[in-house]
Unconditional design. Structure first.
Length: 131
């Protein structure tokens, strides 16, 4: 009784600095820099070998990275001047259209007014991070 077999083993290596550059570039391409900012990249990237080509000495990697992003209260899209003179419901609709916004409260003083003040100096935008 005789059993024989063979295995192909692929050793895949990569440059961590180059991978970090690629990940940072991808993150930069995915976020809206006019509204969002990266708080942190959590944990190390998860890397899986998708395929290998022994004849070309190449491998295709599948890489995922957890990233924590928040809305930047100082962004142009949340600039007080962009809300000046608009109706309350128009501002609420706009805020809810933004990614990452789950709740929004628009308060106007005096309470009977439905229009945001026309002077940006009288408008205050507060961003609260909720986990």
């Amino acid at each position: 009784f005789k059993i024989s077999g063979s295995n192909n083993i692929a050793l895949v290596t990569y440059n961590q600095d180059e991978l970090a550059e690629i990940i940072n570039r991808e993150i930069g391409d995915k976020i809206d820099a006019t509204l969002e900012k990266v708080l942190s990249t959590n944990n190390d990237p998860q890397i899986t070998v998708a395929s290998t080509d022994p004849t070309k000495h190449t491998a295709e990697l599948y890489v995922t990275q957890d990233v924590m992003v928040t809305i930047d209260a100082n962004s142009e899209k949340l600039s007080p001047k962009s809300f000046a003179g608009k109706k309350k419901n128009e501002v609420e609709k706009y805020l809810f259209s933004l990614d990452h916004v789950s709740t929004a409260t628009v308060s106007i003083t005096p309470g009977w007014s439905s229009t945001i003040p026309s002077s940006a100096d009288k408008i205050k935008v507060v961003v609260k991070n909720v986990q």
